[in-house]
Design a protein around this ligand. Structure first.
Ligand code: GLA
Length: 746
């Protein structure tokens, strides 16, 4: 709900448990941030703007205008006229000047949530959310800035975005446009970010916030393996279960910057937006720029509550398409099984064996097109290599379909190999700085998607392949980051637009794909998980989490990913051992227990693995069918983190009606001479009594397993006996007693 208090010149945005207050002050109509936190019953907090304290507002003390600018909590701070904290908006006029300051002009409160032109964004019906548009201006520049805020009524989320319009007579340049800012008092915060590397994505990092600027960012052209477009400031005492959290997540897949700055007065400015590096957007008179959306979450109930809020928002208000709430087919991908060395015969042999074991889809990975026999050539030549795929693609797909399996295919549409027919014909289609040798990465260049003819050509080839056979799944990969930012088509004063134009073009292509092929299951991927972000989730309900499918490495990767994103979005497979990335050997059942917390599938040659492992697959398939509804739709709780305790990992999912729960316990390192371990469960109904089963273990008692109340299980916990050997896993199933009697849970 959004209310405007006319006398107080104040806006109050309410979600079920939070409030956000904005005030307009002084004759010059500065827009100030008053409050964000627990829901307030009234709107009487404008004293927090400190306009009664020195240096006062400019109308009372123009002598210290600079000091006012440098202390006032701005909703959307600009730079160059006295606020020395990090700004959200920087401009340069034709004459080369940079200063700007915004004043409130008008506002509009509307039901629902408008879309953002060309960009992914969360959505909601008129009943589920309300939007405030605050229109501000800088008359000297001729610039109008619209600040958009949406408050949801079913989740504790406020989203923000910004649109800048040139209302003047001269062009000007945007050299920085962030999307959201929160000016607050510091309360001894810690800062949580996600960092990593290839095969090691999204590890959680928490550190105390100090004076100055602390930042997490990417200017690699994608959200990246290394950092993540997420930032949380939490009270130093915040835990999973309690404490304050302010979180921001960017619905964008390109360069980003998220930062917190503690100022001289112990104020904190938290902000997020497109990274400034090599960003310069020209706005001619009448043109506008739409900045992407930031999702903001506040809770005083700890990190579990933050996670729950992000999961609910993304499930309900971001994911789209036929598969968003549906069980996904269990796939087998041939990448780690064959790499580039495959043909129709080999694929069909894998498919035959896989279908007999209950696997539902074959995905043909990299290597089926052009003359691609290794990773150094043919990207851009999206036509089937009939030497490998003898008999043609349609034949292969038909044969796979005859086995009762679906068929999926891999593309890397954004790339071009120097050794490709496409590059030989169009060398200027690669992103490059004229006259400078381009930096190759994986022996490839990135296509200049800011050019319509490039997008149309690639999309044309892709869609022709997709129409040529019954293809029901696409893995859209992106295997290198951007360098040598230059477009042969953009004029000099628009070269700084390339990074963002590139991202918009990727969105446009994916939008076309999901509309032209509405039944397709799209999985995004970027050298594993370098583009796992809410922007991509708007187009694909699942994203390959990491090229590292080792069961132990995945614990930290999936823990960090699940901090924000529902388990249904996390691409996770059982892969071969010794693991291809780290060389570790883990039991087959442990690999499955970890992959069951994601989309689930296989990435190995089923015709070559040990017989005992092959025989275990139908049991794992059955577990997937038994638990996937719960995993996909249930509330997720973090119980213990191997990254922190170095012994074991544990997470839990609970069905919405709290009648059923699955606890996954992974003992990474075993210990000598140990006792069982006590873990406290979460999210259960304290009044219900739950029967406890351990997968693969016969009930200890004739009349079934032990029964305890949710109250006891959450307060006193359960005991998990230590297991012999490293890398062991247990799946513990809790079923509410009366559900069993009524047959509601098998
Ligand atoms: C990336 C992906 C892998 C695989 C290879 C193919 O690394 O993450 O899963 O598709 O590309 O080249």
């Amino acid at each position: 709900m959004i209310t405007y208090y006319e006398n107080e010149r104040l806006f109050k945005l309410d979600t079920p448990n939070t409030s956000y207050l904005i005030g307009i002050v002084d004759e010059e109509n500065f827009v100030g941030h008053i409050y964000y936190g627990k829901r307030l019953l009234d709107a009487e907090a404008s004293y927090l703007l400190r306009t009664q304290e020195l240096p006062y507002v400019p109308s009372k003390n123009n002598r210290e205008r600079g000091a006012f600018y440098d202390t006032f909590p701005f909703e959307y701070p600009t730079g160059g006229v006295g606020d020395y904290r990090e700004s959200c908006l920087s401009i340069r006029t034709e004459s080369g000047h940079a200063g700007s300051m915004l004043s409130y002009v008008s506002h509009e409160i509307m039901a629902g949530k408008p879309g953002l032109a060309g960009l992914p964004a969360t959505f909601g019906s008129d009943k589920e959310c309300e939007t405030l548009k605050l229109v501000c201006e800088d008359v000297y520049v001729g610039m109008q800035v619209e600040l958009l805020y949406t408050a949801f009524s079913d989740v504790d989320v406020i989203t923000r975005s910004v649109r800048v319009v040139n209302k003047g007579k001269e062009p000007f340049y945007l050299t920085k446009v962030y999307s959201a800012c929160l000016d607050m008092d510091n309360r001894d915060y810690d800062m949580i970010t996600l960092h990593g590397s290839w095969a090691r994505e999204r590890h959680i990092q928490r550190k105390p916030l100090g004076y100055g600027i602390q930042r997490t960012s990417s200017f690699r052209g994608e959200s990246s393996h290394q950092e993540h477009p997420f930032l949380a400031l939490v009270d130093r005492h915040t835990t999973q279960e309690q404490g304050e959290v302010y979180a921001m997540n960017f619905v964008y897949s390109g360069n980003f910057c998220a930062q917190a700055e503690v100022s001289q007065f112990d104020f904190v400015r938290m902000s997020m937006g497109i990274h400034q590096e090599n960003f310069c957007w020209k706005l001619s008179p009448g043109e506008d720029f739409q900045a992407p959306e930031v999702v903001m979450v506040y809770t005083d109930q700890g990190l579990d509550a933050m996670t729950g809020t992000f999961h609910s928002l993304y499930r309900k208000h971001l994911l789209q398409g036929k598969y968003k709430d549906k069980k996904r087919p269990i796939l087998i991908n041939n990448w780690e099984a064959t790499y580039f060395d495959f043909d129709t015969k080999k694929l069909l042999a894998i498919a035959r064996e896989a279908s007999a074991l209950g696997i539902e889809m074959l995905v043909m990975d990299d290597g089926w097109f052009g003359n691609r026999s290794f990773d150094g050539c043919a990207l851009g030549d999206w036509f089937v290599n009939e030497e490998k795929i003898d008999g043609g693609l349609a034949h292969l797909v038909e044969e796979v379909n005859k086995l009762g399996m679906k068929f999926g295919i891999w593309f890397e549409p954004e790339m071009i190999s120097p050794d490709s027919a496409l590059y030989r014909e169009h060398p200027d289609w690669a992103i490059a700085i004229p006259g400078r040798p381009g930096t190759q990465s994986r022996q490839q260049y990135v296509l200049d998607l800011s050019r319509k003819e490039v997008v149309d050509c690639i999309y044309g080839m892709m869609s022709a392949v997709l129409r040529s056979a019954n293809i029901e799944y696409v893995k859209w990969d992106m295997n290198r980051q951007l360098t040598d930012i230059g477009s042969a088509a953009l004029p000099p004063d628009r070269q700084g637009e390339l990074y963002h134009r590139y991202v918009i073009a990727v969105y446009e292509m994916q939008n076309r794909l999901i509309h032209d092929f509405p039944d397709l299951l799209l999985e995004n991927c970027s050298g594993g998980g370098a583009r796992f972000d809410p922007g991509m989730l708007y187009y694909s309900p699942q994203i390959w989490c990491s090229d590292d499918a080792d069961a132990v490495e995945r614990l930290a990767i999936q823990e960090g990913t699940a901090l924000l994103y529902p388990l249904s979005t996390m691409g996770a497979h059982v892969s071969d051992c010794p693991n291809h990335i780290v060389g570790r050997v883990t039991p087959f059942h442990t690999r499955a227990a970890v992959a069951l917390a994601g989309t689930f599938g296989y990435e190995l040659d089923v015709t070559k693995i040990a017989r005992e492992e092959r025989e275990e697959i139908p049991r794992q398939v059955a577990l997937y069918h038994k638990y996937n509804d719960l995993v996909r739709e249930g509330a997720y709780y973090r119980i213990a983190s191997y990254s922190q305790n170095h012994h074991y990992d544990c997470w839990q999912v609970v069905s919405e009606d709290k009648r059923e729960s699955l606890v996954t316990f992974v003992q990474v390192m075993t210990r000598a001479n140990h006792k069982s371990r006590r873990i406290l469960l979460k999210g259960l109904d304290e009044k219900r009594r739950y029967r406890i089963y351990v997968e693969g273990q016969k009930p200890e008692r004739e009349d079934g397993e032990l029964v305890y109340s949710g109250d006891t299980l959450m307060k006193a916990g359960i005991l998990v006996p230590d297991m012999l050997g490293d890398f062991q896993a247990k799946l513990i199933h809790l079923v509410a007693e009366e559900s069993e009697k009524k047959g509601q849970v098998e």
